[in-house]
Design a protein around this ligand. Sequence first.
Ligand SMILES: Nc1ncnc2c1ncn2[C@@H]1O[C@H](COP(=O)(O)OP(=O)(O)OP(=O)(O)O)[C@@H](O)[C@H]1O
Length: 471
Amino acid sequence: MGDGRTGGANRPAWLQQYELIGKIGEGTYGLVFLARLKPPHPAPGRRGPPIAIKKFKQSKEGDGVSPTAIREIMLLREINHENVVKLVNVHINHADMSLYLAFDYAEHDLYEIIRHHREKLSSSINPYTVKSLLWQLLNGLNYLHSNWIIHRDLKPSNILVMGEGDEHGIIKIADFGLARIYQAPLKPLCDNGVVVTIWYRAPELLLGGKHYTSAVDMWAVGCIFAELLTLKPLFQGVEAKNPPNPFQLDQLDKIFKVLGHPTVEKWPTLANLPWWQNDHQHIQGHKYENPGFHNIVHLPPKSPAFDLLSKMLEYDPRKRITAAQALEHEYFRMDPLPGRNALLPSQPGEKIVQYPIRPVDTTTDFEGTTSLQPTQPPSGNAPPGGQSVARPMPRQMPQQPMVGGIPRVAGGVTMAAFNAASQAGMAGLNPGNMPMQRGAGGQSHPHQLRRKADQGMGMQNPGYPQQKRRF
Ligand SMILES: Nc1ncnc2c1ncn2[C@@H]1O[C@H](COP(=O)(O)OP(=O)(O)OP(=O)(O)O)[C@@H](O)[C@H]1O
């Protein structure tokens, strides 16, 4: 085995199967690269499929990837749904114990699509596209939730959209299930200039709630729905860094100004939330009126779209609409009906929007620092003229969850064990043993969620209803 340096001849075996193209992004916990899987029988003009490889940093004092983290990752390999990004491979670099996850590549994401409309086109996203994107997002989320996976970090940059090809315009939810892996021993890249965002965080978490339920994802979906309609983040709070705690007064302030003050009458468990009790001066002392937020999202208050959005932004997580319920909402039964290719125009004759492809920084290798030799083959994603263009930074990143840490196991997992398991697809691991402290009190996910024993994680898109609905 090599040391993992892409510039050296002594590359690890797993790396040989990829043709690295360059860096496409940088998140809180690592770098994302574009590569191509080398075809088994190379021939001129034959290129393998594009793959996004996410590299996670290992902490300096890190002594391996915990078995729990590996179990989590291997479970993610069994996730199989059209609206969820496929984890195709898992690798560990022996030299620095860094972790690499290889996913199917998606050319676009909602962050860039929204930005393109706001900054380049100065026009809204057509209603068919908004509805199709939202429907697919809910469809993928419903699948994850019914497999007891709570995303916990939904935001526009984690919602990928496929570019040209068979799957054009199809949503793929990314970064699901990684929140737990992000905890020790992986190290946040705090010093890389990336800004963390709290804009999509549910009020129960902002008020110190300790348990994640599927309702936190539905709050984020509501924020994203509003953003698709207005092209602006709905609640743009400024994160308080000092002291680091979940109480984010400015974010709560932004929410209350739009939705009005929550009340114990409407949200009875509010009284149990730590920060509601502890901060009388700010939280309970200040009375916010509900200004009627239909004006902000430009929707008639009696419209199905507004009704759905209001149900996603319901304060009480137990009353918040679930993904399954949302998919049945009237909004999705009215014209324009949602479609499989969300990027099609609404009306015949309407121009197709050409969204920009991802810029690729072809000077960065898997180490994230070293310059590649200028022998890189031309990429379909490389910018014109072969110049390297870094993705605009900083992205807005959410703060990671503060509960549910992965216990570090001294010594970590041995590489031999990991590789054997990896080659075997970790089929031998017992998902039922996985401790999943993922929620309590959610309407569909009661205390101490456990993966449903009777539901195979490899199930194929159960109930994907596109044929029924003009997909
Ligand atoms: N499978 C993929 N295909 C194409 N691009 C991807 C893929 N996965 C992630 N990306 C892109 O890579 C960039 C960095 O992603 P990453 O998940 O590391 O960070 P993030 O989502 O922006 O922030 P955070 O790490 O805080 O969640 C984003 O622009 C994201 O859209």
